[in-house]
Design a protein around this ligand. Structure first.
Ligand SMILES: C[S@@+](CC[C@H](N)C(=O)[O-])C[C@H]1O[C@@H](n2cnc3c(N)ncnc32)[C@H](O)[C@@H]1O
Length: 384
């Protein structure tokens, strides 16, 4: 049987259970939820698959060594025990990143430096030459995680974070992280039998992630710069066959995904991104003011409105948002994500669900409002 090894998929706070479900679907084994990560085991094929297919993962790390160290000397020795020339050559480049939560080590940069020194000293001693460090675009990214005296060394198989799907063609003021957007669509429980409407779509992250889900298209199917492609065991035939298999599992989508925004530049950016990921057949983008828009029956509404912290807002903005939902979006489910926790209260509807998430460093709430005529909650707010 092909070699199985331990891996860690990192993610954003609150998305761990979704990531666990995704890992189960691709047949990962020994799955266990951690803090902003999920542990699992698998072989090379599963590692390639995880990088291409997982919607809620940021990075896939392959564990190469675990040991205990209480100070820099022990750390240096233990790093030096790993046979680095089995992993990379002197003509390749590398970087070291660290996360540290320990009473023995206080600075992650220092941990990275000691690790880097141990690696280059080993090469120098044996070959009189050393691989260079490249912080921007290294062939290998070595990750060290220290929790008290437990040290875990892994190779980052993804390279750049997996939220960088490659479809974002321009810079936008307040884009949502792609992994968070995919998480929001999955958390909404959208069953693809309804239309999905995304007012205030901005650069289109939510509609694109919804479109990928609708077609069962893998989020990183067009990406061709995973770090594992630089590894000496990289199997190009396996990678290409896997991509063919994954594309063959795409499906037709019969309903509509509609995004609209008031800003012409946002619409232009969203259209460009939708085209670059080849989803223009199922996603429609319109120029429209949400406050003058109407919903459709049998649809789900996802909104990522402006946050005052990033974009200046009028005082009654969230109240107006709630009024529009109450008056024009009857008989739909609406999900709103915002870091404006006080402003959200001004919406004037009772949420049926609240989920804590983070958009970058901003703590957010993802809130669900059920706008069904006849339901007690809705009638109460209509008469207020
Ligand atoms: C936080 S951004 C959305 C970001 C988006 N999720 C993305 O990933 O790019 C909010 C968007 O709401 C739009 N917006 C603000 N007020 C609006 C209104 N009344 N009607 C439609 N769009 C509006 C802004 O132009 C902006 O693009």
């Amino acid at each position: 049987m092909e070699q199985q090894y331990k891996m860690i998929a990192t993610t954003l706070f609150g998305l761990e259970p979704l990531l666990k479900d995704e890992l189960e679907k691709i047949n990962a084994k020994k799955i266990q939820i951690g803090n902003r990560c999920v542990y699992f085991t698998g072989n090379n094929e599963l590692m390639y698959r995880a990088n291409i297919q997982l919607r809620t993962a940021l990075k896939i790390l392959k564990e190469i060594s675990i040991f205990k160290s209480k100070n820099e000397h022990e750390l240096y020795k233990n790093i030096n025990r790993i046979k680095w020339d089995k992993i990379m050559t002197t003509s390749q480049t590398f970087s070291v990143t660290s996360t540290v939560n320990s009473k023995y080590f206080s600075h992650s940069n220092y941990v990275s430096l000691v690790t880097k020194d141990a690696i280059v000293d080993q090469f120098r001693k044996k070959y009189n030459k050393r691989p260079s460090v490249d912080l921007k675009n290294p062939d290998f990214n070595i990750h060290i995680h220290i929790s008290n005296n437990n040290c875990n060394i892994s190779l980052n198989s993804s390279g750049k974070s997996l939220h960088k799907r490659g479809y974002r063609t321009n810079r936008f003021t307040a884009p949502m992280n792609e992994v968070l957007a995919a998480g929001m669509v999955l958390l909404s429980g959208w069953n693809k039998q309804q239309n999905l409407i995304n007012p205030m779509c901005g650069s289109g992250t939510l509609i694109i992630e919804a479109g990928l889900i609708a077609k069962n298209r893998a989020p990183n199917i067009f990406r061709n710069n995973f770090s594992f492609q630089n590894w000496n065991d990289y199997d190009n035939i396996l990678f290409n066959n896997l991509k063919i298999d994954i594309r063959n599992r795409e499906v037709e989508f019969q309903n509509n995904i509609v995004g609209f925004d008031i800003s012409a530049s946002a619409i232009a950016m969203a259209r460009q991104s939708v085209e670059s990921i080849k989803l223009n057949d199922i996603i429609k983008i319109q120029g429209k003011n949400f406050f003058k828009s109407n919903g459709e029956e049998n649809s789900i509404i996802l909104i990522n409105p402006p946050y005052g912290k990033r974009i200046a807002l009028k005082q009654d903005y969230y109240k107006q948002l709630g009024d529009t939902l109450k008056q024009n979006y009857i008989n739909t489910d609406a999900w709103i994500i915002s870091s404006e926790l006080e402003q959200l209260k001004k919406i004037g509807l009772k949420p049926s669900k609240k989920i804590k998430l983070f958009n970058g460093a901003l703590e957010c709430k993802l809130v669900k409002y059920e706008l069904y005529k006849g339901s007690k909650k809705f009638n109460k707010f209509q008469s207020e």
